[in-house]
Design a protein around this ligand. Structure first.
Ligand code: ZN
Length: 171
């Protein structure tokens, strides 16, 4: 085993976060901001609870895209808050839309192939966490993988040329 460099705080924060996802009872996962935001709303991403047999959700919040529906909206919101904190040095006002769109894409792809949703939120959380690690690896580089390049169906055409920055209005 290699020791992590002591000056790489984000790495140790992410390691601790991965440990918490895997080992903590889900009801023990808490974040101070969950009181104000029990379901994620930000960076054009809206997460809402999926309620079987209920009317379709039409609350898009401030997001232009359809809400991401999951029975694990609370756990997923927790993870996004933790990732926001852990990667606060690397996610800024310019790249946050691509960052959260990639996380959303990873979550949607996982949910597409895991219906109906299992009671355990960990597989979903780990799928999103893996994309956060990937984003950290390719940050600053135009990654053309499916998650990074085509955040979702609605904006697939925006990233069709493989240029992430085309979504961010770069001149
Ligand atoms: Zn990528």
């Amino acid at each position: 085993m290699h020791n992590l460099p002591t000056n790489e705080a984000p790495v140790s924060a992410l390691s601790e976060l991965a440990h918490r996802i895997v080992t903590f009872p889900i009801h023990c996962l808490n974040h101070p901001a969950l009181g104000q935001m029990p379901e994620w709303q930000g960076a054009d991403l809206c997460i809402r609870s999926f309620q079987p047999n209920s009317d379709p959700v039409d609350d898009y919040g401030a997001s232009s895209r359809a809400p991401l529906l999951t029975r694990h909206s609370h756990a997923l919101t927790w993870l996004l808050l933790e990732l926001r904190d852990a990667l606060s040095d690397q996610v800024d006002f310019l790249n946050k839309y691509a960052f959260y769109a990639g996380l959303e894409s990873a979550a949607r792809r996982h949910l597409e192939t895991n219906q109906s949703e299992p009671a355990d939120p960990r597989p979903l959380l780990l799928a999103v966490f893996a994309q956060a690690l990937h984003w950290r690896e390719v940050a600053g580089v135009n990654c053309s993988c499916r998650e990074c390049d085509t955040p979702n169906e609605d904006s697939a055409s925006a990233g069709a040329d493989g240029d992430l920055d085309s979504n961010l209005g770069r001149n």
